[in-house]
Design a protein. Structure first.
Length: 56
């Protein structure tokens, strides 16, 4: 059995154009892509675990 440690919380700095349109901010694309990758991996691991619970 393997274990994978991940942070309990993940924050993503999204652009805040609504309160300060002149503020220069980084594009959140990389952070969002990393987050989606983590979620995909977690769902795949969960899916593999659930298949072991199916009746044969």
């Amino acid at each position: 059995m393997w274990s994978h440690l991940t942070p309990a919380a993940e924050t993503i700095d999204l652009p805040r154009e609504w309160d300060d349109p002149d503020r220069n901010e980084e594009d959140p694309h990389e952070q969002l892509a990393d987050f989606v990758g983590l979620m995909w991996n977690a769902l795949q691991a969960w899916n593999q675990t659930l298949t072991h619970l199916l009746p044969r």
